[in-house]
Design a protein around this ligand. Structure first.
Ligand SMILES: Nc1nc2c(ncn2[C@@H]2O[C@H](COP(=O)(O)OP(=O)(O)O)[C@@H](O)[C@H]2O)c(=O)[nH]1
Ligand SMILES: [Mg+2]
Length: 347
């Protein structure tokens, strides 16, 4: 299903894949047939819906690919061997591609140690990058069929938390799950309003208590989720870094409410990171790690960003698996992150 990352390689298009999905549905007994106008209609709709996100995706990865792969491999195309100057240039290019200083140094050291010839640099990097992503563990968003699944979403203001929650709610709802949102960013009324709008868009329920404390709203939402047998509860949070102490205390408090009220839940704490911030975003991430153990990252705004290389830092230095990526502001612009396919697409 996620072959779209590999489009360039395999000449597959997203809507072809969607078409396959639709045909599978037909095999499962939904009305179909070659002459069915219903199926034609649906296919046309799918094609229209998918063409925009698909070009976003190609763009997103093209910029990251330009800086990270072309920018680095291009340096050695006319060289017979990797001298000190060229290695320095490679290091600079990696830092520019937002891999971070430590990781960039490590990669160059590794190239040196292995005496990689220029002609093998690309394949060497490919294997190295693949290995880096494997450090961070599973990339699947964990979901348990018979439990309440709680996704606790944290990150700095503006990173894209609320938008991500809206998109994820839509995705899960489409999959037939009963989804509840919790407006846990109680600092500004506008934040609750924004989540409310997303809940309507995604057609899912919301618990909202304007003026209440975050922990109190979370408490209520867990009660509702349990009493009414929801499959998924997604909790929005505030991300004001201006007052780091309060932020950490608030998140810890909310987390302890979750631990007490829903000890059996299948739980993920997801750190939302703005891809455009690159390494800067990552240093902010440290604050959230102090408050709560992070089980996965969501990289938003990959559309148009040239800093997708930050994914490798998240995985290798922070050992956090990237689980999903945001590719635009639309409700459909969210994709699961498949490390191998991501690598194929950028190389
Ligand atoms: N281009 C783009 N914009 C995004 C994406 N995700 C969020 N945004 C925008 O980023 C801004 C901040 O998002 P918001 O969800 O309010 O962030 P929050 O403060 O962390 O909740 C909004 O204008 C969103 O529309 C994305 O994947 N791509
Ligand atoms: Mg928000």
């Amino acid at each position: 299903m996620f072959n779209f990352w590999k489009k360039k390689k395999e000449e597959t298009t997203d809507f072809e894949i969607k078409k396959d999905n639709f045909q599978n549905k037909n095999e499962n007994g939904i009305q179909s047939g070659e002459n069915s106008s219903l199926s034609d209609d649906l296919e046309n709709k799918e094609n229209k819906n998918q063409s925009a996100p698909f070009s976003f995706l190609k763009n997103a990865l093209a910029k990251t690919s330009d800086t990270l792969i072309k920018g680095v491999v291009g340096l050695v195309s006319s060289k017979d061997e990797l001298d000190e100057f060229t290695l320095q240039d490679i290091e600079d290019a990696l830092i520019k591609a937002d891999l971070g200083i430590d990781l960039s140094l490590e990669i160059v050291e590794n190239i040196k140690k292995n005496k990689v010839p220029p002609s093998a640099l690309k394949s060497h990097l490919k294997a190295y990058f693949e290995e880096m992503l494997s450090y961070a563990g599973s990339s699947n968003l964990s979901y348990a069929d018979n439990l309440l699944n709680i996704y606790f979403v944290v990150g700095v203001n503006g990173a894209g938390k609320t938008t991500f929650i809206g998109k994820l709610a839509h995705k899960l709802k489409q999959e037939g799950k009963k989804v509840l949102l919790c407006a846990g960013d109680t600092f500004r009324a506008a934040a609750e309003e924004q989540l409310d709008i997303w809940s309507k868009r995604a057609n899912v329920d919301i618990v909202r208590e304007d003026g209440a404390e975050s922990a109190a709203v979370v408490y209520k939402s867990i009660e509702k989720a349990k009493n009414e047998n929801y499959n998924v509860l997604i909790i929005d949070t505030a991300g004001r870094l201006q007052n780091k102490f309060n932020l950490i205390e608030e998140l810890k408090k909310v987390k302890s409410v979750i631990d007490k009220k829903a000890p059996d839940a299948n739980f993920e704490s997801l750190l939302v990171l703005d891809a455009n911030l690159g390494q800067n975003g990552l240093s902010q991430a440290k604050v959230f790690k102090e408050a709560v153990e992070i089980t996965g990252a969501v990289l938003t705004k990959l559309d148009g960003s040239s800093k997708g290389g930050v994914i490798f830092s998240v995985a290798k230095e922070y050992q956090i698996p990237v689980k999903m990526v945001g590719l635009g502001e639309g409700i459909q612009d969210l994709k699961e992150f498949i490390p191998k396919d991501f690598i194929e697409a950028i190389f």
